[in-house]
Design a protein around this ligand. Structure first.
Ligand SMILES: [Zn+2]
Length: 135
């Protein structure tokens, strides 16, 4: 069951005065509830936090950051809808540079991999052949 979050709770979230577990719960709800996200964003606006946009707050905390396995599943297109939406929110709305960099890195590796494996195999084969001839 879920109870409506009060402005005070959202304020506490922004102040980072919520326990980690409660903060994670708020973030989970924000991902599923665009109306709640809008409320939080208006609170951020009212506070005139300057550089401390919601994205900046999230970035500094990284609580909602995806692990490599999740990013890998996302790249493969096998992530379930709920988690994919959450991740896209994190990447696009929050604009998390950390996860984007991670994702770019993994994308690059995947592109390079077949060739890298091929050349590693070739080197291995050549070296074993060379060794066999020497014996
Ligand atoms: Zn992230």
């Amino acid at each position: 069951m879920t109870t409506e979050l009060s402005d005070r709770e959202l304020e506490a979230y922004l102040d980072e005065s919520l326990p980690a577990e409660a903060a994670a719960d708020v973030e989970k709800r924000l991902r599923d509830d665009p109306a709640l996200l809008a409320r939080l964003q208006s609170l951020v606006g009212r506070r005139d936090l300057g550089d401390h946009s919601l994205g900046a707050i999230w970035q500094s905390r990284r609580i909602t950051c995806a692990d490599r396995a999740t990013l890998g599943a996302y790249l493969l297109g096998v992530l379930d809808d709920r988690r994919r939406r959450g991740l896209e929110l994190h990447l696009d709305v929050v604009g998390c540079r950390y996860c984007r960099a991670n994702l770019d890195d993994m994308r690059l590796r995947r592109q390079e991999q077949p060739e890298a494996i091929g050349s590693r195999r070739r080197k291995f084969f050549e070296s074993s052949v060379g060794r066999l001839r020497n014996d």
